[in-house]
Write a protein that binds this ligand. Structure first.
Ligand SMILES: [Zn+2]
Ligand SMILES: [Zn+2]
Length: 204
């Protein structure tokens, strides 16, 4: 644990539950994103009373706003600011959380279908380009990073879906495929019908 991660308890007067301050060094780590907190960056300390003493666990103020806004709001309410600290308006931090939540909601479920926004994508099955505005189907393919296996979205032509679903590293299941595709795609249903026809019969 980094030296400044948990500040050792000193026989000092009681620590407040929160402390918002400008990082005094670059040695602390953000408990939310796990990255270093640079010196002079705003950080929120949340008091932890543990078996090894009492001290603050630090978070970038922006990370805390995105993931634990209640704590940020409490810190503002208690005016838990280091002396003379300039803090951003609370509304700015609340907006950060809203944006983060929106981004999460928009993260799409696979598989889905969409129109290619440009002509730059390639079909991961046949390797040929996907034309701008052409329909493409986004499937999940297994990709390993070190010893971790993750589903990565890949684009394929509707007519290549069949072959891709049969490939070994495809993580999209044939079973229920059409129903999921319809559910996850935001295109008009007539367009989806057309693409489903191009994909062809998968089951039975
Ligand atoms: Zn962070
Ligand atoms: Zn293709």
């Amino acid at each position: 644990m980094a030296e400044e991660d948990v500040q050792a308890a000193t026989p000092e007067p009681e620590l407040a539950p929160y402390l918002l301050e400008s990082a005094r060094s670059s040695r602390s780590k953000c408990r939310t994103c796990r990255r270093k907190i640079d010196k002079d960056t705003l950080r929120l300390g949340i008091l932890l009373e543990g078996p090894f003493g009492t001290g603050y666990l630090w978070h970038h103020l922006t990370c805390a706003a995105r993931r634990r806004l209640e704590d940020v709001e409490a810190a503002y309410e208690q005016q838990a600011f280091a002396d003379g600290l300039q803090v951003p308006p609370l509304a700015e931090l609340q907006a950060l959380k809203e944006k983060a939540e929106q981004a999460r909601a928009e993260r799409k479920e696979l598989p889905y279908m969409e129109r290619a926004p440009s002509g730059r994508s390639k079909c991961k099955n046949c390797g040929k380009a996907i034309d701008q505005d052409a329909l493409r189907v986004v499937l999940a393919r297994e990709v390993s990073f070190g010893n971790q296996v993750r589903a990565t979205p890949i684009n394929v032509h509707p007519e290549c879906v069949h072959a891709e679903l049969e490939s070994e590293d495809c993580m999209t299941e044939v079973e229920g495929f059409e129903a999921q595709l319809r559910q996850n795609s935001t295109l008009e249903s007539s367009v989806v019908d057309e693409a489903v026809a191009a994909i062809g019969v998968l089951e039975g």
